[in-house]
Design a protein around this ligand. Structure first.
Ligand SMILES: Nc1ncnc2c1ncn2[C@@H]1O[C@H](COP(=O)(O)OP(=O)(O)OP(=O)(O)O)[C@@H](O)[C@H]1O
Length: 661
């Protein structure tokens, strides 16, 4: 019996999977611009040679900005390390010369001694310098990433809200984020490159002094390997780039699966098999792409190594030929062996380091491009500083979201005055939230106008305008900050805690704060963040307190009491008129009994204002409002439609105070 009970749900899930007709659409990240793919295709030897100096310059400049002493130290260390390498090669030459000279062994060793000491000294100094380089790089690298991330965060807060609706923006933001993350690699890669360059210069100088033909020969021999390495790097980068959407999806899926918010629903909804299966499917796609790239890269490297090996054999043959024909002494040939190996290693380091820095450079381009234009959505609004608005006027407003197929608002006209509560009602998706955001200047009209005391919202200084807005959205932020900071939003105004407490009393958050272990100083966050957890309704009270605390002329309440108990809800609506005395209030709610408090109710349908009036007027007239009222009121009270609401209706406005929409 028990085993039957255990097996049953599994079988049930199995059947459901089998019953699914098709997989349909799957959430995918798409790079609509294709700019990164184009950029990645540019990882070629010539482009690399052209771009490398710029990339090194950029990494040095960034490092210089963050810690100029560390940056200077790194440059000096690398230059000194190159000089030590050249010195080492000269010491090798001197040692060989002394050892290969005539005379007895003791005498030869004695004359080789200074060169040997120089060789040892140069090696020891290089080892010390490399320790200093690692020390300075590990100090500088993480700072570069943190600084890059900070500038990104700052740039993101300065973009238009509409940017978030454009898929291209999110992709660019993701790419910039990755660029900021890899900024620290630029230090190590730049260092490797400079070190290889220093070795190359040192070895090349010695090699050219030994015989002028050796260096061009070696460069020629390294060419096939360089091409192969760069091609392999390009293949791997492109594969990663094409998988980046899937990688992002994995991260999102991981977050949803692991975060506590959905843990109960995953269990109660028996979703774990489905989610793990989806995870496995995406992982398989990434693994396949990685494997293909690794295989192609390995074939390219192998081909390059074979060609390079043959070419190197030719270089060694040339050295043997120079030696055999007496064109080069044994001492010089011995030194050439060391110099060839130094230059060969430096060339390979230059190419592989170059490919790595090019790849990081592409990511960094995403970051710097984003910063330059804030993803193409930087705010460019006016500079007029508004006073608290007395009148907000909307004329023939049309608003369409980025890339949306149709307008969210069309032909809307209304006037909102200080001291007035205007309620927006309508079906889901009728445009209420959008209208509230356009009134607040968060979105700018697509056509038509929204003015604050005669000035279009686009001409106002955005920060100055929003300092007059208090917004309680449907999904309010639950900042992992103290209760005080959650209320003041980090911007205390005169009045101190007294003002906070009276805002708490208005929203009902006073009961919440009293229960907190350190009152207003308690961090409101989950246990694992060291905070105290609040319930949904308690959080909503805190969100309302924020708006009541803020000395703002426009108060927008979007479903402000959805999570409140009846007492809490009554408290909010009973106090609303008092709040409206010094503000213009926009109220969005589906609980129609509550809109009775409003001076005016606008009924929206498919982005248009189809009705407006006071509560008694709208209940009395045929139309959408009365339909909605009838549905809700009949369901809630099982009483007759049009029964008196529990909250006292607002006094009727004087004639002429309403606009025709
Ligand atoms: N970010 C967005 N991008 C594209 N379309 C959007 C976006 N936000 C909303 N919309 C669309 O705009 C229309 C109006 O949405 P809005 O959120 O203003 O409706 P609402 O009346 O507030 O709905 P609800 O009662 O469900 O809160 C809807 O058709 C919706 O699909």
């Amino acid at each position: 019996m028990a085993s039957m009970r255990r097996r049953a749900p599994r079988g049930g899930r199995q059947r459901i999977h089998e019953a699914e007709p098709s997989e349909g659409e799957e959430l995918r990240f798409i790079d609509k611009t294709g700019s990164r793919e184009r950029a990645a295709r540019q990882i070629r030897l010539l482009d690399m040679a052209r771009r490398l100096p710029r990339l090194v310059r950029r990494s040095v400049a960034l490092a210089w900005e963050i810690d100029r002493w560390a940056a200077l130290g790194l440059l000096v260390c690398q230059a000194a390390s190159g000089a030590m390498q050249a010195l080492g090669l000269l010491a090798v030459s001197g040692t060989l010369g002394a050892l290969l000279a005539g005379g007895d062994v003791y005498q030869r060793l004695l004359s080789a001694w200074p060169s040997l000491a120089m060789l040892g000294g140069a090696a020891a100094l290089r080892a010390l310098l490399s320790i200093i380089v690692v020390w300075l790089s590990s100090r500088l690298g993480p700072q570069m990433s943190r600084e890059a991330e900070r500038s990104l965060v700052q740039a993101v807060t300065r973009v238009e809200l509409s940017a978030y609706d454009a898929p291209g923006f999110n992709h660019r933001k993701e790419a910039a984020d990755r660029g900021a993350e890899v900024a620290q690699d630029l230090v190590a890669e730049g260092q490797d490159l400079i070190a290889s360059l220093a070795s190359l210069i040192a070895g090349a100088g010695v090699l050219t002094a030994l015989h002028p033909a050796l260096l061009p020969l070696l460069a020629l021999a390294s060419f096939p390997q360089a091409v192969a390495q760069i091609s392999a790097a390009r293949v791997r980068y492109l594969a990663r780039l094409r998988s980046s959407g899937d990688l992002r999806m994995l991260a999102i899926l991981r977050w949803h699966v692991c975060d506590r918010y959905a843990a109960d629903q995953i269990r109660a909804g028996t979703m774990s098999d489905f989610l793990v299966d989806r995870y496995r499917r995406i992982t398989r796609r990434i693994n396949d792409a990685d494997r293909r790239a690794a295989d192609t890269g390995a074939w390219m490297s192998l081909l390059g190594a074979v060609c390079g090996g043959l070419a190197s054999a030719a270089v060694w043959a040339a050295v043997v030929w120079l030696l055999a024909t007496g064109r080069m002494s044994v001492q010089h040939a011995g030194t050439a062996v060391f110099a060839l190996s130094t230059v060969g290693t430096a060339l390979r380091g230059l190419v592989s380091g170059g490919a790595r820095i090019m790849r990081t450079g592409l990511y960094m381009d995403d970051w710097s491009d984003f910063l330059r234009e804030a993803g193409g959505y930087g705010m460019s609004r006016g500079t007029t500083v508004p006073a608290e608005p007395r009148e907000i006027a909307v004329r023939d407003l049309v608003f369409r979201y980025e890339e949306a197929a149709q307008d969210a608002l069309r032909g809307v006209s209304l006037t909102l005055r200080r001291g007035e509560v205007v309620a927006l009602v309508g079906y889901n998706g009728s445009g209420k939230t959008t209208l509230a955001k356009v009134l607040s200047g968060l979105y700018l009209p697509t056509t038509g106008s929204v003015t604050w005391d005669g000035v279009p919202t686009g001409d106002l200084d955005p920060d100055a305008m929003w300092s007059h807005v208090a917004l309680v959205p449907q999904d309010y932020a639950r900042w992992p900050l103290t209760a005080r900071e959650n209320i003041t939003l980090g911007q205390p105004v005169p009045g101190g805690d007294e003002r906070i407490h009276s805002a708490c009393a208005a929203s009902g958050a006073d009961e919440v704060v009293t229960e907190l272990r350190s009152g207003l100083d308690t961090v409101l966050a989950r246990d694992w963040l060291g905070g105290q957890e609040l319930s949904g309704g308690q959080w909503q009270r805190v969100a309302l307190t924020r708006a009541f605390y803020r000395p703002a002329g426009l108060l927008v309440l979007d479903e402000p009491t959805a999570a409140l108990d009846p007492l809490g809800e009554h408290r909010i609506f009973a106090g609303l008129r008092e709040l409206a005395a010094t503000r213009a209030v926009v109220l969005i709610t589906h609980r129609l009994t509550n809109v009775a408090v409003a001076d005016r109710i606008l009924v929206l349908d498919k982005g248009r204002v189809v009705q407006q009036g006071t509560f008694p007027e709208l209940v009395a007239e045929d139309g959408l409002f009365r339909d909605l009222w009838a549905y809700q009121h009949t369901r809630q009270t099982a009483g007759p439609a049009g029964a008196p609401p529990p909250v006292a209706p607002a006094p009727a406005l004087a004639p002429g105070e309403q606009d025709a929409s």
